[in-house]
Ligand binder design. Structure first.
Ligand code: S3P
Length: 427
């Protein structure tokens, strides 16, 4: 994919695809609920299709059309033993949340995914689930393929202090908690996305959150409720940054999910000087609004501490924003970026350097001295959707022409990314 520098701005009103985290959960929890769940705005990206595939293999009927996804729930105890391994593709959320659900079933099952998934740490969910009584075998006790021995298991609720602020670990423990005897309590070091808590509550479960502590009392069953998936702020992030760094731009993104556990990107971009306005607020299970960004003069900032889990997936594109900002940006406390779909610290440092940015890797992030004139280059994606899209946005501001190698990887979370970019006047 070739991308040229933009000289007359990006303009338009766009919608971006449905939220990945909410789409996964809508299928998973819909499958475990009694009744039918109609999901609108579902993200038809490869990761969420992996979730659908896994639940179909466990006997859940799921109809997919252009308009909606319909999940015919089987109830908390209605999943069937699959005839084959479950394949979770590139999706960490599918793999880790499924660990929690499968730990509570009365059958054994093996799960694996692509080359990236097989390198991602699973001990972080195996440890608490084992404390609850689950039996899980993995390669070196940490990697896929994982075999979950659910048969003859009895789970017991625990109090678990998460070593890292991770919604995937928190959700795995809470989902196992659905099947445990007694309450399950999770304490987070900083608040991570709370879609699991919100959705379980909407389905009738008793989930109480107070600060960083979440307590789940296991329900008899869950009751289906339709889900309107908001647009994904993690996908909107690419256009928020593009609109801010490319002169003469004005982009409105409709109906974006602005759950406060996800809006770190807005806080940081505004602190950098970005002109972002919010309108048309709607407060449902997940709050939404329209976001409008206009080109702005950005300045460097420090990104670290409690905001990190609120923008973890947006850090690659924030690194791009920092490269176009005046002054220094420090990204710290972000070690988790090393164990995402790729090592996103190393990847962004290497690719931004190719364009001529002044960027240095640190143990827990990077330091970017912004404002260098950047030039087009041939950018690697590390088979990571967010690196591909971040470097595509970077390319819009690089002098001359750039190339994104294996651009098709964007299909994991945003199959139409390049079409939207074209619509705005990019590509
Ligand atoms: C997700 C949680 C985050 C995020 C991922 C989606 C979720 O991962 O990076 O893209 O849906 O729960 P961690 O919980 O591992 O930080």
């Amino acid at each position: 994919m070739k991308i040229k520098q933009i000289d007359n701005g990006l303009k338009g009103v766009i919608t971006v695809p449905g939220d990945k985290s909410v789409s996964h959960r809508a299928v998973m929890f819909g499958a475990l609920a009694k009744g039918t769940t109609h999901i609108t705005g579902f993200l038809m990206g490869e990761d969420c299709l992996s979730t659908i595939d896994c639940f179909r293999k466990m006997g859940v009927k799921i109809d997919v059309s252009d308009k909606e996804v319909v999940v015919h729930g089987v109830g908390m105890h209605g999943l069937k033993c699959p005839n084959e391994q479950l394949y979770t593709g590139n999706s960490g959320t599918t793999t880790r949340l499924l660990c929690g659900i499968l730990a509570g079933q009365d059958f054994d099952v093996t799960m694996t995914g692509d080359a990236s998934i097989q390198k991602r740490p699973m001990k972080r969910v195996i440890t608490p689930l084992s404390q609850m009584g689950a039996k899980i075998d993995g390669v070196d006790g940490n990697y896929c393929p994982l075999t979950l021995h659910g048969a003859n298991n009895k789970l017991t609720g625990i109090t678990y202090e998460l070593p890292v602020a991770s919604a995937q670990i928190k959700s795995a423990v809470l989902l196992a908690g659905l099947y445990a005897e007694g309450q399950t309590t999770v304490i987070e070091p900083a608040c991570s996305r709370d879609h699991t808590e919100r959705m379980l509550r909407a389905l009738g479960a008793d989930v109480k959150s107070e600060g960083r502590t979440i307590v789940l009392t296991p329900p008899e069953d869950l009751t289906a409720k339709n889900v309107a998936v908001p647009a994904d702020i993690s996908s909107a992030a690419f256009f928020l940054v593009a609109g801010a760094i490319i002169p003469n731009s004005e982009i409105t993104i409709k109906n974006v999910g602005v759950n406060p556990t996800r809006t770190g990107i807005l806080d940081v971009l505004k602190a950098m000087g970005a002109d972002i306005t919010e309108s048309n607020f709607r407060d449902e299970v997940e709050p939404t609004c329209d976001l409008t960004v206009k080109s702005s003069k950005l300045k460097g900032t420090v990104i670290g501490g409690e905001v990190i889990p609120r923008l973890i997936d947006e850090l690659p594109v924030l690194a791009v924003a920092a490269a176009f900002a005046e002054g220094q940006t420090i990204i710290k406390d972000a070690e988790e970026l090393k164990v995402k779909e790729s090592n996103r610290i190393a990847a962004m440092v290497c690719e931004l350097s190719k364009a001529g940015a002044d960027v240095k890797e640190t143990d827990d992030g990077m330091i970017i001295n912004g404002g260098n004139k950047l030039s087009g280059a041939s950018f690697e994606t590390y088979n990571d959707h967010r690196i591909a899209m971040s470097m595509a946005i970077c390319a819009l501001g690089c002098e001359g022409e750039s190339e994104i190698l294996n651009p098709e990887v964007v299909a994991i979370s945003y199959p139409d990314f390049f079409d939207t970019l074209k619509k705005l006047g990019g590509v």
